[in-house]
Design a protein. Structure first.
Length: 420
């Protein structure tokens, strides 16, 4: 039984707190914010360790990528020796290490597809609640919609940011439940199940629009296309596009909203000085200079902002100094060695995720497998436009789910057991 112990309740509370993000803050430090998740996780982790000790159970499930993770973490701490910002680098390295422990905790706590299904359901309910709130108070506000129409994408007022001060990160918490709902719609599950998926996807799509996060929109499109590809069923997309066009043509308020969204999306790929794209270009150029000066091991983990300001490029853009692309972030701070290790880790995660789809024997297993793959790819795409890849908690949950699915599906195939 899933609810056999109090530790299961802690697991649910832990995931809910991860999706609540910064709604409940105990400390708003930029480098080490203390949220409900940071409070619950140590308690849940220690409870799990205590349970292991009481039952003299020293068997731990692993992911298969531990050696590469150790190499990456080892290089991360080694680079702190020559980092220009030791304190910032150390804090970020510790946060990343704790999230690795979080992944291992989830891998060891989740043992069946029923448990995983329940947890994804809890996450989806949490995201739908937060999404509904953001849609009502942001997207459905006619004054904000008209102002954004007038701004024509040059700026946005009233962006939904319920769980994080950055709307982009608030948008990212919808990736997993959105992919799950879209997978339900494209699947061959019962009609009422697909109907629930359709309702969920509508709410979550509106919530994504409410964030006005252009990177998240691109990521969600990638996720949607992956789901359609693996289910070989383009009909839901075609139906949604047709229905959307009809509604936009029929409803004036939707026309205003649509024009504002298109203007906002267009600015993502423009180089105009009033666009955040120009900021990303400047940060990218700085990263290339850092890599050129120290291409083997980088300038040191956590030191990008300090080196960026020392280069005098902080005068070009004010208030932004974090790398807004995970690839040039790793290249600049950890050099070619760190980039190669990081690339291997990403490819291994993708390989496990794709393997899950091949191992799936039932339609429900395929729904879960496609959901976690497409949501992981959405996160990876989004973090080509924003920072904090290595400390994104909901991303780490998605990675843990990929490993859990791989182990459970492989065991089901080996044992010849029927699942769900």
């Amino acid at each position: 039984m899933f609810f056999r112990t109090k530790f299961s309740f802690l697991l649910i509370l832990l995931l809910v707190s991860a999706w609540l993000g910064g709604i409940i803050y105990f400390s708003e430090s930029e480098q080490f914010p203390i949220t409900l998740f940071q409070v619950v996780f140590p308690f849940a982790f220690m409870a799990w360790v205590l349970q292991k000790l009481i039952h003299l159970d020293f068997e731990f499930k692993t992911t298969g990528v531990e050696y590469w993770v150790l190499a990456f973490v080892g290089l991360m701490f080694f680079s702190l020796i020559y980092s220009q910002d030791h304190e910032r680098g150390l804090v970020l390295a510790i946060r990343f290490l704790l999230l690795i422990l979080f992944i291992l905790y989830l891998v060891n706590q989740i043992n069946t597809l029923n448990q995983l299904t329940l947890l994804i359901g809890v996450i989806a309910i949490t995201a739908i609640g937060l999404g509904t709130y953001s849609v009502v108070f942001s997207l459905l506000n006619p004054e904000l919609a008209f102002l954004n129409f007038q701004l024509a994408g040059k700026a946005v007022v009233g962006r939904a940011e319920v769980t994080d001060s950055d709307p982009n990160f608030f948008a990212s918490m919808f990736f997993l439940p959105f992919a799950f709902s879209i997978a339900l719609v494209h699947s061959q599950e019962k009609l009422w199940v697909r109907g629930i998926g359709l309702l969920m996807s509508g709410i979550l799509l509106a919530a994504l629009v409410a964030t006005y996060s252009r990177g998240a929109w691109v990521a969600a499109i990638v996720s949607l296309l992956l789901v359609a590809y693996y289910f070989r069923n383009p009909k839901p997309i075609m139906f949604a596009l047709t229905a959307g066009i009809v509604l936009i043509l029929a409803i004036g308020d939707l026309q205003i909203l649509f024009i504002g969204v298109i203007s906002r999306l267009e600015g993502l790929f423009s180089g105009s000085l009033d666009s955040s794209a120009s900021t990303r270009i400047v940060l990218g150029v700085a990263a290339i200079h850092m890599f050129a000066e120290s291409w083997t091991f980088g300038v040191g983990f956590g030191s990008f902002p300090s080196v960026f300001k020392a280069m005098g490029m902080g005068n070009i853009i004010s208030g932004v100094s974090e790398p807004h692309n995970i690839l040039y972030h790793i290249l600049a701070e950890m050099g070619l060695i760190g980039f190669l290790i990081f690339s291997i880790l990403i490819l291994l995660i993708i390989r496990f995720a794709v393997q899950n789809i091949r191992l799936a024997r039932t339609e429900w297993e395929k729904v879960l497998s496609v959901s976690v793959l497409s949501s992981f790819m959405a996160y990876f795409v989004l973090h080509q436009f924003i920072p904090r890849f290595l400390t994104n908690t909901t991303l780490m949950v998605t990675i843990a789910f990929i490993f859990v699915l791989n182990r459970v599906l492989a065991e089901n195939v080996t044992n010849g057991q029927e699942s769900l």
